[in-house]
Design a protein around this ligand. Structure first.
Ligand code: RB5
Length: 155
């Protein structure tokens, strides 16, 4: 699948490992930057990855920042993006299987390269289960998104 990847300076230390892992799993990388340790702003990269996923350019996204928190908050502002910071492999696959998570965020100041690679494998190897209860809950999440997106447009 096509995987959009972005990082700020706080996540840059893990970028090379993540790119290599995604490619080694046979996926195509869409690199949304950044390309150095120079200080940048995580929302710019979370937005680039989120838009890539929301538009269909990429099927999944991965965003790295220092903690993974800012990246997930920013990416979730884009309708259609379901991002979460996952620092354990259970969440990294269960978030896809139950919640249809489409963007994984990782804090490069929290996890090391080996765990980061395992998180990526768990995330990209997982599929939404499609079970009725998960479909039902996902529809409710999408309804919340639609409700408040519409309300903002009407302000
Ligand atoms: C950058 O110093 C840091 O704030 C950022 O990478 C991230 O951790 C935000 O959530």
């Amino acid at each position: 699948m096509r995987v959009a990847i972005g990082t700020d300076h706080g996540g840059f230390a893990l970028k090379a490992e993540i790119l290599a892992e995604v490619r080694s799993l046979g996926h195509d990388v869409i690199d949304k930057g950044t390309d150095s340790t120079a200080a940048v702003d995580y929302p710019d990269f979370a937005e680039a990855v989120g838009l890539s996923v929301a538009s269909g350019e990429a099927e999944r996204g991965i965003v790295l920042c220092g903690s993974g928190v800012g990246a997930s908050i920013a990416a979730c502002k884009i309708p259609g993006v379901r991002a979460a910071v996952c620092h354990d492999t259970y969440s990294a696959h269960q978030g896809v299987e139950h919640d249809d998570m489409n963007v994984l965020t990782i804090g490069a100041r929290i996890v090391g390269p080996e765990l980061a690679r395992e998180l990526v494998r768990a995330f990209l190897g997982a599929k939404f289960s499609g079970e009725e209860r998960h479909e039902r809950r996902l529809k409710k999440v999408l309804a919340i998104e639609a409700r408040y997106t519409r309300e903002k447009e009407n302000v």
